[in-house]
Design a protein around this ligand. Structure first.
Ligand code: 5GP
Ligand code: MN
Length: 340
């Protein structure tokens, strides 16, 4: 990934004015990369004398709350929030982290669309960004937005400006979005960046434990139940897929907290031959769909075509307004049609 010089210079110029009101927004259902990249980028801007506010559309998983600065993040909660609306109205710059279209942040997006003249800058690695932005750092070849943030900071100020807590936030984004260095775009530059983060003082086993070994017992039991009782396999010719469904009752009976089902969708892909995995989670308003795949199986296109969604080639998501059972039937016929 090479960031064009003129873009870096434009950003440098924009940030040369101190004490600007800067709002940093991460995507809905924030994950390690949305939170990690937002806090890392904001941390640097704060160290450069900017007034930074962090906002996400809804709650983020509890296993990310230890990251330095996580306690400062405002949750918009999918409805109007006067305090945050005022911050947005008074913003000079809004950075949009780890998503590719204002429509992806729902009610918060409406507030941004209707309420402010701030410059909107995208920092993201999803495919097909929508041109809602005055400036775009869109690099789908980057394995995470956090790595993109590292690269931008290195170009702007040099990586030595990164403090240990900021390096930790970056590493969380890099680690979670690459599936602990097991997905695509694992470039030499990425490992050089990680080497630098280690030099800057991050403790990888500690971060790994905080993110992956910080679950509740209920979460681990829910995983067992999801795999043991709620996973189905299907086959279309040579093509093998698997899906997991979780009803509201499944979640309620396991004292579900936001983030508890994070990563479940990856497990079916550990079955030899399975190249598509889906998870359906029932919410009050709709069914949320998570998709993962291997190799050339393109779930970004699949999510776009059938589930009003998108994402990356091997990790995407979407939604369905049908009921859970009906959504599963629709999914099965979609798989039959798309992957036959
Ligand atoms: P997850 O399954 O972890 O929620 O999401 C996987 C990937 O797909 C993420 O990169 C996420 O941003 C993207 N994604 C999830 N849901 C949607 C959606 O409804 N629309 C679009 N465009 N992307 C989504
Ligand atoms: Mn990401």
């Amino acid at each position: 990934m090479k960031i064009e010089n003129h873009k870096i210079e434009q950003l440098r110029e924009l940030l040369s004015v101190e004490s600007q009101n800067i709002v940093i927004v991460g995507h809905a259902n924030p994950d390690g990369d949305a939170i990690g990249s937002s806090l890392a980028w904001g941390g640097i801007l704060e160290s450069k004398g900017q007034n930074v506010t962090y906002v996400v559309p809804n709650k983020f998983p509890y296993f990310l709350s230890w990251i330095s600065g996580a306690d400062k993040i405002h949750i918009y909660k999918d409805k109007k929030d006067d305090k945050i609306d005022t911050l947005i109205a008074n913003a000079d710059i809004i950075f949009c982290m780890d998503f590719n279209s204002i429509a992806r942040i729902e009610a918060l997006g409406e507030a941004i669309d209707s309420n402010t003249t701030a410059k909107r800058i995208l920092i993201d690695h999803h495919l097909n960004p929508v041109s809602d932005f005055s400036m775009m750092f869109s690099y789908p070849d980057s394995s995470s937005t956090a790595f993109l943030v590292y690269t931008i900071i290195s170009e702007l100020y040099g990586a030595d400006i990164i403090s240990t807590p900021i390096a930790e936030a970056m590493y969380v984004g890099i680690m979670t979005d690459t599936g602990n260095f097991s997905f695509s775009n694992l470039t030499p530059e990425l490992f050089k960046a990680v080497a630098k983060l280690v030099e800057l003082g991050i403790n990888i086993p500690k971060i790994n434990t905080q993110v992956y070994n910080g679950y509740s017992a209920d979460r681990v039991k829910l995983l067992g139940y999801a795999l043991g009782s709620k996973m189905e396999l299907m086959q279309v010719g040579d093509f093998e897929a698997a899906y997991i469904s979780l009803s509201e009752e499944d979640m309620r009976s396991h004292n579900f907290q936001v983030g508890d089902s994070e990563g479940f969708v990856n497990y079916p892909l550990s079955i030899k031959g399975v190249s598509l995995s889906a998870m359906f989670s029932e919410t009050r308003q709709f069914i949320r769909i998570s998709l993962r795949s291997r190799g050339d199986v393109d779930v970004n296109l699949f999510a776009k075509k059938y589930f009003e969604g998108g994402g990356h080639k091997n990790a995407a998501g979407g939604k369905s307004m049908k009921g859970l059972e009906e959504t599963i039937e629709y999914f099965k016929s979609a798989v039959n049609e798309f992957f036959k």
